[in-house]
Design a protein around this ligand. Structure first.
Ligand code: G
Ligand code: G
Ligand code: MN
Ligand code: NA
Length: 254
């Protein structure tokens, strides 16, 4: 915990880094954006998994500050990539529960866009079912305020939490992200229905954009595209990359 506080205190945050995993159009893999993912290598050289960083930061009351730092860095990078020849590039940023519920959250998003010059449509905030299911009316209010800014909203890890379908229908979101656990048995032998397929059908029925996570094989990418899932992330295309490596990949794919 003291280490995390120290990592946050540093003027030049070399220990805390953002990696970027390409988000691609299916089935071919043209890069349309990226998801920003937190990485922390401690001074002692240990890699701390992002879930652990987030839960540490949450319990220490540091998550709002950390979340703002992440969003700012990701938006700054995305603005540069849009200006540098990828005008439709979209950056996806994960939002933690305490961050989403903090009173000034919508204003902090607005400030971040103003400070980085990123067009609102270039930012997609990823919220989890845990966020979405608590105090649903308040959540819907915040989501509408974010939509009024022009920001996009994705529901992350869909299907792994406890959201009810009745609530899903009410949530003003743009995108459903299909959790990578659903791709483990996918595609299935002919005739067998998979969870991935059910989620894609549900998303299409609700007229949501779909992004499948954890795509590892070309067969998965093709099957998803055939069902109508137009977005994907996964090792088939690229793992999360450090900022410089991601920029190089983006430049090479122009
Ligand atoms: O990169 P990796 O697969 O290890 O990330 C695991 C999970 O950690 C992500 O799916 C995401 O939910 C969470 N995570 C990564 N970066 C961030 C971040 O900046 N903020 C929040 N709240 N969660 C993040
Ligand atoms: O936000 P979320 O928890 O979904 O973050 C995605 C995480 O999943 C990334 O941190 C990344 O390390 C991991 N990941 C990304 N692509 C793949 C993949 O194709 N296979 C597996 N097993 N993990 C992946
Ligand atoms: Mn995510
Ligand atoms: Na996810």
């Amino acid at each position: 915990l003291n280490d995390l506080q120290a990592a946050l205190d540093q003027a030049a945050p070399v220990q805390l880094q953002l990696h970027y995993q390409p988000k691609v159009a299916l089935p071919h893999g043209r890069i349309v954006g990226a998801e920003a993912l937190l990485r922390w290598r401690t001074a002692a050289g240990d890699e701390v998994p992002p879930e652990q960083i987030v839960s540490l930061a949450e319990s220490a009351g540091l998550m709002v500050a950390l979340g703002e730092r992440v969003m700012h860095a990701a938006c700054r990078a995305a603005a540069a990539w849009r200006a540098g020849g990828h005008p439709d590039f979209g950056i996806a940023v994960n939002v933690s529960p305490s961050q989403f519920r903090s009173p000034g959250f919508v204003e902090s998003v607005q400030r971040c866009l103003a400070a980085t010059g990123l067009a609102a449509a270039g930012l997609e905030l990823e919220i989890t079912e845990t966020i979405a299911m608590q105090d649903i009316d308040a959540v819907i209010g915040v989501l509408h305020a974010l939509r009024r800014l022009g920001v996009r909203i994705a529901l992350d890890d869909f299907g792994t939490g406890f959201s009810s379908l009745a609530y899903l229908h009410q949530l003003p979101i743009h995108t459903l992200k299909i959790d990578r656990s659903f791709l483990r048995d996918f595609p299935a032998p002919r005739g067998r229905t998979t969870m991935a397929e059910l989620v894609v059908r549900l998303g299409r029925r609700l007229k949501l954009d779909l992004v499948a996570e954890g795509i590892e094989t070309a067969a998965q990418a093709q099957a998803l595209e055939r069902m109508g899932c137009r977005g994907g992330q996964g090792y088939l295309f690229s793992p999360p990359l450090a900022e410089g490596a991601f920029a190089a990949l983006l430049a090479a794919r122009r």
